[in-house]
Design a protein around this ligand. Structure first.
Ligand code: NAD
Length: 354
């Protein structure tokens, strides 16, 4: 018999080709007049275009967002916000830029608007993250959910395949863990399965033809739904592992997800057999974990920790950090079992059930 709890998040979305042009009118509707535009260092030129689009309603461009939201960067952005009297942030970019906007929403109650240009999906979640002293702290707070998200697939056309593949698999991870959760939530699972279907279909098309706007649009919608499923669903072993690697070893976020996902799904496969079957069916494959591993290869993404420069001698420490706090996971977790999982991921072996 059905039994579930579900609480939606206060999403406010404008989606469609050309929708970026609606930013000034949407900002006015929300009553904001002094936007601080956020980007990563290499996206400063695109950030400048947002400043020009907002004209007198943009007070500054802060182009120092970096991966994993270091607390030092948040403090610099707060100083800039205080100096300019900004009344909202507009993040243009991937999860790193969205993450900075979320940190400002959390620490300074600065309303955030997000214009995603990768498939990170962070804009649909209430999860914030910040890194300090080699550890990534995360939490959930509805205050970090953007007041507005503008999805314009045209902004993703320039996302190179080497970033698009892992980024899409990062979104896939959010959906996959929610299809294979210990207790299936039918509302969350519905969004997650559609995300899996859209992403597995569109990502290979994007790699073959990065200018395929239809596929870009599907992937962006897939990422949004994946983020929505994570935002209203759960995280589990997979996210614990990724946060361990990102926070303590500074590994690249999306690539870490891509490499670990097939192994985390395989680890929980027996304990979540119905969800794992549905995941495989949404991907159109026989075995979900192997299908994810093959998809990563098909989009040219890394499939081993070795490839991204992780050192074998750090595997013990990673397993210890990942298991130092109790974890709610469908399959029981021990330091030894995680060490085995990580060994497979380090070597780039095809995932196998435990
Ligand atoms: P990112 O934001 O660092 O972007 C990766 C690179 O792509 C950057 O160099 C960026 O400048 C570039 N880029 C972005 N858009 C581009 C475009 N359209 N064309 C060309 N280059 C472009 O990486 P990401 O993978 O999007 O996000 C990773 C971060 O997001 C991590 O810190 C992760 O923890 C966080 N995240 C958080 C959540 C959440 O729910 N809180 C969810 C997913 C990811």
């Amino acid at each position: 018999m059905l039994s579930f709890d579900y609480q939606a998040l206060p999403w406010n979305i404008v989606f469609g080709v050309g929708s970026l042009q609606r930013l000034p009118e949407e900002l006015a509707k929300l009553g904001y007049r002094r936007a601080m535009v956020l980007t990563t260092p290499r996206r400063g030129e695109q950030g400048q275009k947002i400043v020009e689009l907002l004209a007198e309603h943009a007070v500054s461009l802060f182009d120092r967002a970096v991966m994993h939201v270091p607390v030092a960067t948040v403090e610099q952005a707060i100083a800039e916000m205080d100096r300019t009297g900004a009344d909202c942030s507009v993040s243009l970019g991937g999860g790193s830029t969205t993450g900075l906007g979320k940190a400002l929403a959390l620490k300074k109650q600065l309303p955030n608007i997000v214009i995603p240009t990768t498939y990170a999906g962070s804009e649909m979640t209430n999860i914030w993250g910040m890194t300090e002293h080699g550890r990534k702290l995360t939490g959930r707070d509805n205050a970090v959910v953007p007041k507005l998200t503008i999805y314009d697939p045209e902004l993703t056309l320039g996302l190179p395949p080497r970033i698009a593949g892992p980024s899409g698999l990062n979104a896939m991870a959010q959906a996959a863990v929610n299809v294979t959760a210990a207790k299936i939530n039918p509302m969350v699972s519905m969004m997650a399965l559609e995300a899996v279907r859209l992403l597995s279909r569109s990502l290979p098309k994007i790699i073959n033809n990065p200018q395929d706007l239809e596929a870009r649009s599907e992937a962006l919608f897939g990422a949004s739904l994946a983020g929505a499923s994570l935002g209203t669903g759960v995280t589990s072993l997979h996210h614990r592992l990724c946060h361990t690697f990102g926070g303590s070893f500074n590994t690249p976020h999306a690539e870490t997800h891509t490499i670990l996902l097939p192994h985390s799904i395989a680890y929980n496969a027996l304990a979540t057999s119905e969800g794992t079957r549905q995941l495989a069916s949404a991907m159109g494959v026989k075995d979900a974990a192997v299908g994810l591993f093959e998809l990563a290869k098909a989009v040219g993404a890394p499939t081993s920790l070795k490839e991204i420069g992780f050192r074998e001698e750090d595997l013990d420490r990673a397993a210890a950090i990942a298991t130092e706090k109790p974890l709610n996971n469908p399959e029981p977790v021990t330091e030894a079992s995680i060490r085995r999982l990580l060994e497979d991921a380090y070597m780039g072996f095809e995932p196998s059930s435990f």
